[in-house]
Design a protein around this ligand. Structure first.
Ligand SMILES: Cc1cc2nc3c(=O)[nH]c(=O)nc-3n(C[C@H](O)[C@H](O)[C@H](O)COP(=O)(O)O)c2cc1C
Length: 301
């Protein structure tokens, strides 16, 4: 009943781990999969190891958290070893990659595509170093170049992950579709935002600002999915502030075929996956739905 299909890849249920939360090694991704997620997205990684920012890199605020981890990762060669160790049983594994230019994205695709079902392009991190992340996803030209390069290199479906920090997300979504993206995930963190420690009169985060995630961003994420669904034909994955099955239903009604969950795991633990699946199945039975397919986009006129 909970199965969903995206670009020919079958998910046992529509829930997956969002990039950057517990996705840095095989053992934590295996744990998430055993806890009921239909799929996992890895932490974003690059060609070479990258240290990221010094602590503090996250801070809790009303309605969520602000993070500026700075895309720390051990580089593709180390990450590949983790991807190989993921226990593959009816689950979907997605690698999240980032780079500074088309060549880096193509090389990353070629390195990892044999070990994953799909590849997500992080062109949307709001606290990445200049030239990476949202500085790509805020430009139609750069988004087009990067998505085309990744698509040309890839044998597996390509997901472009979008930033909400743009004037018109629909324009970027259409550009990514034109460039060959098979799917879009939205949204990455909002902002950037800032929290100031009033005792020392300084920003809390070492990077000063970071991306906002958690409950407060959900209405913005749902609206983005809704608007993009009206204008593109490729499947959408909803992300942002999902804690309950009701949240998932909102995203599916807005047009998502699956969702990703990040911050809720920090607050509620890995049990969030089985609890949402249980609630979603009960809801579907009560409302007379026999598949996720029947629910996708029904909030539209
Ligand atoms: C601590 C932390 C690290 C993250 N790292 C990444 C990352 O490496 N790549 C990426 O595409 N998104 C990253 N994100 C963004 C999430 O994948 C997600 O898009 C965002 O947090 C909204 O979902 P949520 O409210 O369920 O957390 C990160 C988010 C958090 C909170």
């Amino acid at each position: 009943m909970l199965k969903t299909n995206i670009c020919g890849v079958e998910f046992q249920n529509p829930l997956m781990l969002a990039a950057g939360i517990m996705g840095s090694n095989a053992s934590s991704m295996n744990w998430i999969l055993k806890s009921g997620a239909g799929g996992v997205v890895s932490k974003s990684f690059s060609l070479n190891p990258h240290p990221g920012y010094v602590n503090p890199t996250t801070v809790a605020v009303d309605g969520g958290i602000i993070n500026a981890i700075g895309l720390s990762n051990p580089g593709v060669l180390n990450f590949k070893e983790e991807l190989k160790k993921i226990e593959r049983k009816n689950n979907v594994v997605i690698a999240s990659i980032y780079g500074a230019n088309p060549d880096e994205f193509s090389k990353l695709v070629l390195e990892v595509q044999d070990y994953v079902d799909m590849i997500e392009l992080n062109i949307s991190c709001p606290h990445a170093m200049e030239g990476y992340g949202a500085s790509i996803g805020q430009s139609c030209d750069l988004s087009h170049t990067i998505v085309s390069a990744a698509k040309d290199a890839s044998d597996v479906p390509i997901i472009a992950k979008l930033t909400p920090n743009v004037t018109d997300i629909v324009e970027i979504a259409k550009t990514c579709e034109d460039a060959g993206a098979d799917c879009l995930s939205l949204i990455n963190t909002l902002g950037p935002g800032m929290k100031i420690n009033i005792d020392v009169a300084k920003p809390v985060l070492s990077n000063k600002f970071g991306g906002m995630s958690g409950k407060a961003i959900k209405p913005i994420a749902v609206r983005n999915v809704y608007s993009v669904y009206e204008e593109v034909d490729i499947p959408l994955i909803g992300v942002g502030g999902i804690y309950t099955f009701e949240d998932v239903v909102e995203f599916i009604y807005a047009g998502a075929r699956a969702v990703q969950i990040g911050t809720a795991i920090m607050d509620e633990g890995v049990e969030v996956f089985s609890e949402i699946n249980k609630g979603l199945e009960n809801f579907m039975k009560q409302k007379g739905f026999s598949s996720i397919d029947e629910m996708v986009g029904i909030a539209h006129d």
